[in-house]
Design a protein around this ligand. Sequence first.
Ligand code: FES
Ligand code: FES
Length: 177
Amino acid sequence: KELINNPDNQIIMEIKIKLNGTEMTADVEPRTLLVHLIREKFSSTGTHIGCDTSSCGACTILIDGKSAKSCTILAVQVNGKEISTVEGLLTAEGLHPIQEGFKENHALHCGFCTPGMMMRAVELLEKNPNPSEDEIRWGISGNLCRCTGYNNIVSAIKYASAKIRGAELPSTEPKFV
Ligand code: FES
Ligand code: FES
């Protein structure tokens, strides 16, 4: 739907998405960024904005299961698609394995990168449930942690991998490297 005759003479488009399993509708300008749709129209502020230039990965979400940086995608581009954000990880069964991994391995400091890191890791583990350390590090190379907590983030992803596969969980003792 396109409405042109609003008071500001702006073009407004109605879009529908499924956000964490719930059908949502919003009227947006063609220039509205996906991250602003998620945070401002749908009040899902778990998705962060760091750089606004596709560099840091703080805004990473899943579009139809594929990770994407929502700061450089227009809201109208995801009309009819399924969006998953960090808020959708917790279910009635409890924490998602990646959330448990981050918790058990103290894989966050300020937490700013955490939602994006988790969503990227979810896709990584869906594609490759048993990644090597190199594959994990390469997999999260588009997500920056300004607190430089990479070692614990890698441990968290290894923990989630073991949990998903039903393998023995790795030690969560702190490692000093
Ligand atoms: Fe999107 Fe940094 S805010 S990549
Ligand atoms: Fe602070 Fe990663 S925990 S940016």
